[in-house]
Write a protein that binds this ligand. Sequence first.
Ligand code: AMP
Length: 394
Amino acid sequence: MALSDLNIKGKRVLVRVDFNVPLDDNFEVQDDTRIRRALPTINHLLKGGASVVLMSHLGRPKGVSPEFSLKHVVGKLEELLGQSVKFAADCVGDVALDVTHNLKPGEVALLENLRFHKEEKEGDEFFAGQLAENGDLYVNDAFGTAHRSHASTAVIAKFFPVDKEFGLLLQGEIDALSKVMSEPASPLLAIIGGAKVSSKLAILENLVDKVDRLMIGGGMAYTFVLAQGGQVGNSLVEEDMVPRALDILKKAEAKGVEVYLPNDSVIADTFSAEANSQNCNTSEIPKGWMGLDIGPDSASRFAEAVRTSKTILWNGPMGVFEFEKFSNGTFTVAMALKEATDLGGYTLIGGGDSIAAINAAKLADQVSYLSTGGGAMLEYLEGKVLPGIAAMAE
Ligand code: AMP
């Protein structure tokens, strides 16, 4: 089954989207990527003669809080859709049903922030049933929350025993990830960077069984350098993770996985954009200094490995790319991903910071796929079953 198999003509389709977009101080949408990525599904449903009821969360409100209202998103949604959108000031009860039960084919409604009700995150079944009253059919197009067992992302599915489907975005995400994980052209390279060492070790533990090449950069790398006996000065490390890092390196060696760690680093005397900086050997970082980027030698070695790989997965920057002085590694790898794509490789990028880096390098449309899910993507790569995906099969 696919979205195109659903009989939608004249039906109200309740769609879980991810409109968790950043707002500026005037409550204007700062980055509309997530809204744009939901448009294919919405337009498909409207073209097929359905009416569309959209539901989402926004931010992390504690109860009802006007600054997290989804009404801030209505204007941008109307602009992108090219039609008016009705807004329901609550996502359940009469306030919602008054709007959703009076929708005509071709019309669109947006429900108020799901997380104004604590039952959403609790996965409350009664609340999920109330949400379900807003639609005849259910479509899940929110990959960014597919790893959560919330009322609108997973529990609600049981109220639509037959009439439910993934949206085009979520299906595209599943297709892209399974392409990388189940039938990758080799060499398959995973590039993992960023700062969340402990949470990303689980992914490395799973990936080491599947990849031909493993590249570790960013703050992550220093725990591995420490594990190998190097001196990392004041670099970011999670010492209690050293045994797990060693296990990963041992497993990689046993499996013949090529591991890429930075041999040189750009080091800084403070964590700031204006810090004094110099290049040094990654395993000889003096006290008082910290590695904030992979060094030039590592960057060109990493780029060469990227260019010669056929399937590449990237999550997490190679350094503190938000500071220009420490952005070379991340941008060099981003450019190499573009080149690998030009050479016929398949490149999949996920996680907010990697996407921001690809956007800043103006390469977003020159790689194969940008995932909208950071956490969801990582859990998928860890080999976990995502509740939002599993619920659709039940
Ligand atoms: P994550 O959320 O784990 O993907 O981490 C992303 C963050 O890691 C970015 O904000 C980077 O600035 C930060 N980061 C990357 N490299 C380093 C490093 N060497 N030291 C400290 N933070 C880093």
